[in-house]
Design a protein around this ligand. Structure first.
Ligand code: OAD
Length: 254
């Protein structure tokens, strides 16, 4: 993608930054073939009901159905892998400290090489015991939707996917870390989130209300778009590599 005025503005903001907070959502992984949640037609919540699949009550009522859905999603993630957007965010570490707080449960940002990722909504590759809380990380691989419900090696109870469901608390350490980083960082990059799910959306709102420059990468406008410093209305896999190229060029020219 050639350099555009918005890429240039964003690159200028990043060039004077030493510490970047990235707030990412499902759009970042969309080009890995992993559906987002709220987009009309293609979004997961246009096809499935969150009440049936992403609540503690749904799991209690029908754990087989919930596991089948999460295993299907594991397969999509294993097939999709990282894309150019994840890689570009990892590459930003060549230029500055980068701290990431993601709503994505796919683990792809860490796979891409990012070293500091807080997973606000958990991780789909973790099985967690419903009783004792013991956790087991699964290898990234296509999953058998019909496999039996995994059982805990410590206490024998059924395991659940290690993600945050509607009505549950976010992992406190991840959320606190993201809040603290809002005060420490000198630039915020918001990528691929509709900014509709709280408390993650509140992080974006706090960023926009604060003094730190905010760059948003999203082909669609969101509620915060009119208030951010730069809105790059492009797909993450196009915009982010272009941003890194621009930063690299600025460094060479210095
Ligand atoms: P959404 O599906 O709500 O929003 C995805 C956003 O990504 C939209 O604003 C799209 O315009 C944008 N988008 C699509 N393709 C893109 C691309 N190639 N590059 C950049 N942006 C793109 O997803 P989230 O905001 O992440 O939570 O959803 C937040 C939470 O809602 C999820 O973590 C999940 C869901 O319910 C739980 O399950 C608890």
């Amino acid at each position: 993608m050639p350099s555009t005025p918005t890429i240039d503005s964003a690159a200028r903001a990043l060039a004077v930054s030493q510490r970047l907070l990235v707030l990412s959502g499902a759009g970042l992984s969309a080009e890995s073939g992993i559906p987002t949640f709220r987009e009309a037609q293609t979004g997961l919540w246009a096809q499935f009901s969150p009440q049936d699949l992403a609540t503690p009550e749904a799991f209690a009522a029908n754990p087989e159905r919930v596991w089948a859905w999460y295993r299907w999603r594991r397969t999509l993630i294993a097939r999709g892998g990282v894309n150019a957007g994840h890689r570009a965010i990892a590459a930003l570490e060549r230029h500055m400290d980068v701290v990431i707080a993601t709503q994505n449960v796919d683990g792809l940002q860490s796979t891409a090489g990012s070293r500091d990722v807080s997973e606000l909504h958990g991780n789909i590759w973790i099985d967690r015991c419903s009783e004792c809380g013991d956790e087991r990380r699964q290898a990234v691989a296509e999953a058998d939707e019909q496999a039996p419900i995994p059982t805990c090696q410590s206490c024998g109870a059924g395991m659940r996917p290690g993600v945050v469901w509607f009505g549950e608390m976010l992992p406190m350490a991840a959320l606190e870390r993201a809040r603290a980083e809002l005060d420490r960082c000198d630039c915020v990059l918001v990528v691929g989130t509709s900014n509709q799910v709280y408390p993650a959306a509140a992080l974006v709102e706090m960023a926009v209300d604060g003094p730190t420059p905010v760059i948003e990468v999203n082909p669609q406008a969101t509620a915060v778009s009119p208030c951010v410093d730069v809105h790059i209305a492009e797909a993450a896999s196009m915009a982010l590599p272009a941003l890194v190229d621009r930063l690299d060029a600025m460094r060479t020219a210095r």
